[in-house]
Design a protein around this ligand. Sequence first.
Ligand SMILES: [Zn+2]
Length: 211
Amino acid sequence: MPPPSETLPTATLRLPPLPDDIAGVRVRRSARRRKTISARLEDGGVVVFLPAGMPAAREQEWIDKMVERIVRKRTRTHHSDEELMAKANQIARDFLDRPAGRRLRPSSVRWVTNMNHRWGSCSVAAGTIRLSDRLQQMPDWVIGYVLAHELAHLEHTGHTRQFWELVGHYPSSERAAGYLEGWSAAQATVWGPGGGGEIAPAGDGSVDLSE
Ligand SMILES: [Zn+2]
């Protein structure tokens, strides 16, 4: 009888193919669970819930199927560059345009993989916004907050009082700022102290949202 909880691969189960940003796969078995099989993201990995007593081959089938489903769904909710651009435009339309007194529209919005000390950046002159792909594991309203922050830089280059006032029109801004701070603090305990603090506008007119 296999244990109630295992991390893949095991002696009898292999790990299905995973994208880079999924940390791993665990199975949890429960005798109380008769027919329902489910899966969800937890701590960056996929957990598959199975009824106890299934033959290994059946388990493998379900694991493959459920992991694929989660990965696909996750990719869909978690923003291609096109979706990110659409999301930025919607945030501008819904929350920022009116207080800014004009339409704030970036020329492009993209995920980047090499931004490890910042959450986002905005090149004001070019109107381009970049978001660290580390945000993809975070809740939607946090991603929205970073977008709102970078969008607000299209209007105010520095972190002035007017800048923060504009960002504050995004509904979850305070909560999201707290979330990112907490996340950075947690990382700092693991990775050593980070940069921290606010970021000043860079020489080329781009501005960063610091961790
Ligand atoms: Zn900023």
